[in-house]
Design a protein around this ligand. Structure first.
Ligand code: PMP
Length: 310
């Protein structure tokens, strides 16, 4: 037991922080290993907290936080929906992020702002609000290989039971269950349906498929309104690729030419099959592949090499 704990600790330390890592906590810059929290926080017990996942890229114009404004606006929206009084402006949060990257000498980084609450064992709003920012180097979340995906037995949370469009800590128990089920069955990732049996999204990414030269994704309502999803809409427009928002089933997807996930951590990640049914086109020939390359170039600001992999 002691040994297992030790190994786990080393693994986590290596990945997210080490003895030199600096984090932001409630207006102070602290060593990650010295930052402390209250064990009675409502966030730990009941999952009421909000967060963001943002990436910074080392571009030709220096380190750029991709769509920082959009991420912090979503964080403020999520906080409001959960009755959390987050007293920082978008500009202040961008400033904190820039300092965080500088202090940790990070260029290509994943940034995690977390807004968590003070001690409160009741189910009422909490006055004490804590703001924590950390960052680490993180490769593409779902890797670079084509993903074998399964239709999850878990649905996305019903939008009538929670604010599914907000990035709330507790919602991620649903994501953890879906990914765990998929991995245990030998798949790389899960695809979750909504309460009506239509395809919604992945555990941490939005979903698109391609059929006969057109892209499809579900409308907003049952999913997180992804910032990468919105970026893909922009890129598709530039490329004159048609995108339609409509409801569709896993059976429609199994007939597709190609498919991909979109998310800040995953970027644009190609999918090879759903429930072992392979898509009809080679990934390299799909619109998704072109969008994946264009996305990489957009985030790294290498517009002139639009069709070069960065
Ligand atoms: N859906 C869920 C459930 C997510 O966790 C994420 C990651 N934030 C996304 C979609 C993609 O959102 P974004 O492109 O803003 O990262």
């Amino acid at each position: 037991m002691r040994r297992a704990f030790f190994l786990l600790k080393i693994k986590n330390n290596n990945m997210y922080y080490n003895e030199n890592t600096t984090v932001y906590l409630n207006g102070k810059w602290l060593k990650a290993s010295e930052a402390k929290t209250d064990l009675y926080t409502q966030t730990l017990h009941y999952g009421n907290g909000v967060f963001e996942g943002i990436r910074a890229y080392d571009t030709e114009d220096g380190v750029q936080i991709f769509k920082a404004k959009e991420h912090f606006e979503r964080l403020l929206y999520s906080a409001k929906k959960m009755h959390i009084n987050l007293n920082l402006s978008v500009e202040e949060m961008i400033q904190i992020t820039s300092e965080l990257l500088e202090k940790n000498k990070l260029k290509d980084a994943y940034i995690r702002p977390l807004v968590y609450l003070g001690a409160n064992m009741s189910l009422q709003p909490t006055e004490e609000v804590n703001v924590f920012f950390c960052a680490w180097e993180w490769g593409k979340y779902l890797g670079d290989n084509l993903l074998n995906v399964m239709t999850s037995s878990y649905q996305r949370p019903n939008p009538k039971s929670c604010h599914v469009e907000a990035k709330v800590v507790g919602h991620y128990t649903n994501s953890i269950l879906a990914t765990t089920e998929a991995k245990q069955k030998g798949f790389d990732e899960a695809l979750l349906l909504d309460a009506s049996g239509n395809v919604a999204e992945g555990p941490g990414a939005n979903f698109f498929y391609e059929k006969d030269g057109k892209l499809f994704t579900c409308p907003l309502g049952n999913v997180l309104p992804g910032i990468t999803r919105a970026t893909v809409f922009e890129l598709a427009k530039e490329l004159k690729f048609e995108v339609e928002e409509k409801y569709f089933t896993p059976e429609d997807v199994k007939n597709a030419d190609g498919a991909f996930f979109t998310g800040t951590a995953a970027e644009v990640a190609g999918i090879g099959s759903l429930d072992h049914v392979k898509f009809q086109m080679d990934w390299e020939d799909t619109m998704g592949y072109t969008l994946a390359r264009m996305y990489r170039n957009r985030v790294a600001k290498r517009e002139c090499q639009q069709f070069e992999l960065v």
